[in-house]
Design a protein around this ligand. Structure first.
Ligand SMILES: [Zn+2]
Length: 198
């Protein structure tokens, strides 16, 4: 039997998405065997990230610098804004490398069931960004779930008064699909074929 410390590590790892207790134990064993190489590297990387982690005050992305690398990048198209539910969606879309604008993270989706109201999301900051001007197109990249679409609809209504073109991801997206789980080709296709809202 493993010691208490190793058990603690295994159960901490088992809480990671995609890992269960069994995979966590295998990961621990793998790390233990590579104490001076892989284990050291992971520990250092974790500490580094923990020390530097900040939320971007502009878009809500998580990065080790503020503003985040995307907001700070002058090559990004300042006129296009892509609104997503979570940081995971931002990362998934950015991996697809098709959207050259900037992002806005809502921090969730409207949900009557979970009691998430508009004021619980990062919507006021979004309106402020749009009100500032200089944005031509807003892509509503919510998940193809009922709550995601309700959120997109609500935001479209709130943005109606601004002179911006609003588009949403094409629904080649599987219904109920979470962006984060889509392969990059499917995501890129949904973004390329985006259509006007309404
Ligand atoms: Zn940012």
């Amino acid at each position: 039997m493993a010691s208490q410390e190793i058990e603690t590590l295994a159960s901490a790892l088992a809480r990671l998405p995609g890992l269960g207790p069994r995979s966590a134990r295998r990961a621990v064993l793998w790390l233990v065997k590579r104490r001076e190489t892989a284990l050291r590297q992971i520990v250092d990387a974790l500490i580094e990230v923990q020390d530097k982690l900040v939320e971007c005050p502009i878009c809500g992305n998580v990065d080790t610098q503020a503003p985040c690398g995307i907001c700070a990048d002058p090559r990004r198209d300042q006129r296009a804004l892509c609104v997503v539910e979570d940081v995971a969606d931002l990362w998934a879309l950015d991996r697809a490398k098709l959207f050259t604008g900037r992002y806005h993270v809502l921090g969730g989706r409207l949900s009557a069931m979970d009691g998430v109201r508009p004021e619980d999301l990062n919507i006021a900051a979004l309106l402020a960004r749009v009100e500032e001007g200089g944005i031509d197109e807003i892509v509503l990249a919510m998940n193809a779930t009922l709550e995601g679409q309700t959120t997109a609809h609500y935001i479209a209504e709130r943005l109606e008064e601004f002179p911006v073109r609003m588009t949403q991801l094409a629904h080649g997206l599987p219904v109920g699909g979470e962006l984060d789980y889509l392969d990059e080709g499917t995501l890129a296709q949904a973004l390329r074929a985006r259509r006007p809202v309404g």
